[in-house]
Design a protein around this ligand. Structure first.
Ligand code: SAH
Ligand code: SF4
Ligand code: F3S
Length: 452
């Protein structure tokens, strides 16, 4: 519902990057809603524009910068408009952004988003451009009770830790998000409990290095202990987490897939490369053999687990033989899905200084070969499931028809036809009839009664 234009102001948020950024955007929207800002999809009618940026690859940064450039015109038309840059590019570039783009009012780093209302108010009171990019290892993620706002009502993200200590040589995140800081377990449990009471049935725990939760301060539970506590909250039917580092994948965490019913049998375990020489130069702190052992162990504990990954092609010095080792790894693991990227030099990242850069054309060619083969494997993995019956959580339906869609525990979309009406978050049993590249088509078998 939209209040009248007189009693409220309008906020437009654009979000790039990972789920942590999506969650931060929700937090900013909620903080501004408390100040009377309603969100709008139209930047032209906004009083406040926030661009929550990502810096993971050069392209992500360029996209955010060109969008910011386009807002110059809007600012000219409406000098009362406040334009803020948040996220990883904000932290990385800081005050330089304000110098480069005179139409920007605010730069807000990831640890400063909770100050957004005060920062915006100061701009409105004539304080001029301001850069808030403080970053401290002593930062405490504040307790925060989420509202459902504009997001889905049945599934939500909960940030449980921030930052990263790993310093993979290609990566900007330790610089933009700072050191690892785990949230207080009591705050996390209170947030999930609150969401469950609002009707949320699926929760994804977030962190740049989520499975190192608890290692930064004595007295915190381990990540596995935290999973048990979260899963015990009534109403939480599905529990997920992302993203994990292979080096922190403990036996205790693997056992959770056998002992926690709500934990979805899906593990996103970025490998980055199949070559030991490249892994070493990436500072990934595991070998190919250690990674493969962990995959085998996970599958021994939970045979139906879907494993997905991230891969970088064309890391400096990657030879054709190194790349062949990555291609071979695809055949060994047979991932259920993979995100793959061309290596990109990033500010501060050690590998930006490495010699022996792989030419763009070769990166592009390797990426297409890898993606073509992985698509076949992803499809074959889906075909293996055709004919089985699986639990699907309803996402939504087409407005006027009998078309419904939901997600399997492994997070794959299933489309099916049914004359009944379902609510998002409801669990139904569906037979998978046909595999498509990014989804299944299925037939509804039965559904539980919605609790009153
Ligand atoms: N914290 C997670 C994810 C980090 S970002 C992890 O450790 O796996 C998501 C993915 O972006 C990474 O897994 C990696 O595959 C990719 N990536 C990160 N930096 C990159 C760079 N400089 N060039 C290309 N891809 C990169
Ligand atoms: Fe980046 Fe490595 Fe940290 Fe992931 S683990 S965020 S890739 S430094
Ligand atoms: Fe991008 Fe920052 Fe996330 S660089 S991937 S928004 S942590």
């Amino acid at each position: 519902m939209r209040a009248s234009r007189n009693s409220s102001r309008l906020l437009h948020i654009e979000t790039f990057g990972c789920q942590m950024n999506e969650r931060d955007s929700e937090i900013m929207a909620q903080l501004m809603a408390a100040e009377g800002y309603l969100t709008t999809a139209a930047p032209e009618e906004a009083d406040l524009i926030v661009v929550n940026t990502c810096s993971i690859r050069g392209k992500a940064e360029q996209k955010a910068m060109s969008l910011l450039g386009r807002y110059r015109k809007l600012k000219k038309k409406n000098p009362r408009l406040v334009v803020a840059v948040a996220g990883c590019v904000a932290q990385q570039e800081g005050v330089a952004l304000l110098e480069r783009m005179g139409h920007l009012d605010l730069v807000v780093g990831p640890q400063e988003i909770y100050q957004l209302p005060e920062l915006v108010a100061a701009v409105r009171n004539g304080a001029g451009q301001h850069c808030a990019t403080g970053q401290s290892p002593a930062f405490v993620i504040p307790p925060f009770l989420p509202e459902l706002g504009n997001g889905p009502a049945h599934k939500r993200f909960v940030t449980i830790m921030q930052g990263c200590n790993n310093f993979c040589t290609y990566c900007v995140v330790p610089y933009t998000r700072g050191r690892e800081i785990s949230r207080e377990p009591g705050d996390i449990l209170a947030e999930v409990d609150h969401l469950a009471r609002l009707g949320v049935r699926e929760v994804t725990l977030l962190g740049q290095n989520v499975n190192s939760y608890g290692q930064d301060r004595p007295g915190l539970p381990s990540f596995a202990e935290l999973l048990h506590e979260v899963a015990a909250i009534p109403g939480i039917e599905r529990l997920r987490f992302t993203t994990s580092h292979p080096k922190d994948l403990s036996e205790e965490l693997m056992q959770c897939f056998a002992s926690i019913d709500a934990l979805c049998p899906h593990f996103h375990l970025p490998v980055q490369s199949g070559s030991d020489a490249v892994l070493k130069r990436m500072n990934r702190k595991y070998t190919r053999a250690e990674y493969l052992d962990k995959v085998a162990r996970l599958r021994a504990i939970r045979p139906d687990i879907a494993i997905t990954t991230d891969i970088i092609v064309g890391f400096p010095g990657e030879s054709e033989a190194d790349f062949a080792a990555t291609m071979e790894l695809l055949e060994i693991v047979r991932y259920h899905g993979a995100f793959s990227f061309k290596y990109s030099d990033r500010p501060h990242a050690a590998s930006a200084q490495f010699g022996d850069k792989v030419p763009e054309a070769i990166k592009g060619e390797r990426l297409s070969r890898l993606q073509a083969r992985q698509e076949e494997i992803t499809f074959a993995r889906k075909q293996e499931l055709v004919g089985t019956v699986t639990e699907v959580m309803i996402e939504g339906g087409s407005k006027n028809g009998d078309q419904w869609s939901g997600r399997t525990a492994a997070n794959v979309i299933v489309n099916f036809t049914a004359v009944e009406t379902f609510t998002p978050g409801q669990l139904v049993m569906v037979q998978l009839d046909e595999a498509c590249q990014n989804s299944f088509r299925g037939t509804i078998i039965q559904h539980e009664e919605q609790p009153a």
